[in-house]
Design a binder for this molecule. Structure first.
Ligand SMILES: [Zn+2]
Length: 414
């Protein structure tokens, strides 16, 4: 199954922007850059909106046939585990095995001991091509990593084999994700996690670690950019090393979740990818819904009304909306504009508060994060919201395509 060196997680809350998203990837292709589109939607999102994995499949297939796209594309069952994978088996051909909940639960002593024995040769000084510094690895360190991660990788193995027995081997792409954990994984941890993944016989094509710093939904990276850059470079080097060293697919690459809008790290990320000639998978689906809202606001009339109303209701139900996203948002509630004030905003004022242009004085980080998690309010509007999407389809599509192409694909891959 061909996954290009660069692949892009698209998809959107309501499944209406598949074509506009694919248009950005087609634009890149016209410039000579091949990117594999992957429509992803997590179980959490399906549950909040009331959609099914079949809806995501339909969105992808419709967009592909309407745009006459003949290159590969995939539908990603994002963040699934054994308890919810079955609903995704038929419609998906990319599976993100989420084992974050199992990290930190200790594996059996005998398994840990066997793992250490098997990887004795890495204990001591380890030089990894492409990184200047050498890693000093102790037996205690390997023991601690195995205790922390081995059980989680065994769980990933169970999920993988469950999918494999239903779909057949080689008929889907596998990702292993650990991004929704408390602590970032170090490059050395990644090395041993990849060793364990290979031993479990999981042909992982992408791996999503938790990186240092905060990847809040829909807004820029929060953290030390230089520290991130150093860690990312080491991660890329470790992935290349592990793909050679262990029985893993040779095109194994990193996957960055909540990857949209992290503008301050795109520069160093692009530099490292170039230096190592490495690939990347970037998941971005969430922010397309904000482009819908921007388009609606820009359209004025009923569109602007809907945008203001979503905001007002979101403010009144803020606790309920924040709960499922508590670890990936940072909203200063006192800093939010009052709904009464927002009701007076014109189309341009609303759109420029929401659009992610940090050079714009009106850009509002708090409002943007709140609206990012407020898609449930639009879902509740039902036909009124969907009719507006149809009515203002052109201006929305323009925003969706530009956002992906200009603000994401260009700085990262071109
Ligand atoms: Zn994730």
């Amino acid at each position: 199954m061909k996954l290009e060196k660069f692949s892009f997680g698209i998809g959107d809350r309501f499944g209406r922007q598949g074509k506009a998203q694919l248009a950005a990837i087609i634009k890149a292709k016209q410039q000579g850059l091949n990117i594999t589109p992957v429509w992803n939607k997590s179980n959490r999102e399906h549950t909040i909106i009331g959609t099914t994995p079949q809806d995501t499949r339909r969105e992808a297939d419709d967009a592909v046939s309407a745009s006459a796209w003949t290159d590969p594309y995939f539908v990603d069952a994002d963040h699934i585990g054994l308890n919810n994978v079955d609903a995704f088996i038929e419609s998906s051909d990319f599976f993100t095995l989420d084992v974050a909940d199992f990290i930190g639960h200790s594996a059996q002593k005998s398994d840990i001991q066997a793992f250490i024995e098997k990887h004795k040769k890495f204990i001591g000084s380890l030089a990894i091509p492409g990184i200047d510094a050498t890693f000093e690895i102790t037996e205690q360190q390997v023991q601690a990593i195995a205790a922390k991660c081995l059980l989680a990788i065994k769980e990933a193995g169970k999920i993988y084999r469950h999918i494999e027995s239903a779909k057949g081997s080689g008929s889907f792409i596998t990702e292993v994700s650990m991004d929704e954990t408390d602590q970032p994984q170090t490059p050395v941890e990644m090395l041993f996690i990849l060793a364990a993944i290979a031993e479990e016989g999981i042909p992982a094509r992408t791996i999503a670690p938790k990186f240092t710093g905060r990847f809040n939904k829909g807004v820029d990276y929060v953290g030390d950019v230089q520290k991130f850059a150093k860690e990312f470079e080491a991660d890329v080097a470790v992935v290349a090393f592990a793909a050679n060293e262990f029985d893993l697919p040779k095109d194994l690459k990193l996957s960055v979740h909540s990857g949209s809008d992290k503008f301050s790290i795109y520069g160093p990320t692009a530099g490292t990818l170039k230096k190592f000639d490495a690939g990347l998978h970037l998941k971005t689906a969430g922010t397309t819904w904000l482009e819908e809202l921007i388009g609606l606001a820009m359209a004025g009339g009923e569109g602007l009304e809907i945008a203001r109303e979503v905001y007002a209701v979101a403010v009144s139900r803020i606790d309920e909306l924040c709960t499922p996203y508590a670890t990936v948002i940072d909203i200063d509630i006192a800093g939010l504009p009052a709904p009464e004030a927002v009701d007076q905003w014109d189309a341009d004022a609303f759109a420029s508060a929401l659009r992610h242009d940090q050079s714009c004085q009106r850009y509002d980080l708090n409002l943007r994060q709140l609206l990012h998690i407020a898609y449930k309010i639009a879902a509740e509007m039902g036909p009124r919201y969907f009719d507006a999407l149809d009515k203002y389809a052109d201006i929305i599509a323009q925003n969706v395509t530009d956002n992906i192409y200009e603000r994401h694909i260009k700085p990262l891959f071109m």
